[in-house]
Design a binder for this molecule. Structure first.
Ligand code: HEC
Length: 131
């Protein structure tokens, strides 16, 4: 093998490694977790809001959506690695609001509306600052 083809092979290797590094960085920049967690919570909050608006509030369904919200909210801090303490506190307040809402066990629309009001406020207060 002459020096020229050895050089070309080496160049190919270097370009390949650089390409992999760039691809991995691009993937890292598009961490899907924050979007995924928020989209799931948006879905459950939206469904509950619609139930209230349509005046069709089923106790079992409301409970199911609240439980999904509660478990998804537990992933917020993990989904935003390196978030500051104030952000973590906002997530904690949402978890408290959800715990209260689950325990309130709303069985009709007025009680569901009352239960999700502090939850919505906890979403909004973090969005105002960090979204
Ligand atoms: C602790 C802070 C915090 C709390 C609490 C919070 N969010 Fe978010 N949310 C964010 C941030 C930050 C973004 C922007 C994420 C991004 O751009 O990657 C966001 C974005 C969103 C989005 C847009 C998602 C997207 O990427 O298109 C929706 C929907 C959403 N949140 C719903 C909710 C709901 C519903 C709640 C309450 C049940 C909630 N969030 C509570 C911080 C929070």
């Amino acid at each position: 093998m002459n020096a020229r083809s050895a050089l070309l092979i080496l160049l190919g290797l270097v370009i390949g490694v650089l390409g992999t590094v760039f691809a991995m960085k691009a993937l890292g920049d598009r961490n899907p977790m924050p979007h995924a967690v928020m989209t799931v919570m948006g879905h459950h909050m939206g469904t509950l809001g619609q139930a209230v608006k349509a005046r069709q509030c089923d106790a079992a369904q409301a409970n199911e959506h609240l439980l999904r919200l509660q478990s998804t909210a537990s992933d917020i801090v993990e989904a935003f690695p390196g978030a500051e303490q104030d952000f973590v506190d906002h997530a904690g307040r949402l978890r408290t609001a959800l715990q209260d809402a689950v325990q309130a066990h709303p069985t009709d629309c007025p009680s569901l509306a009352k239960a999700i009001k502090p939850v919505g406020e906890a979403c909004d207060s973090c969005h105002q600052q960090y979204r």
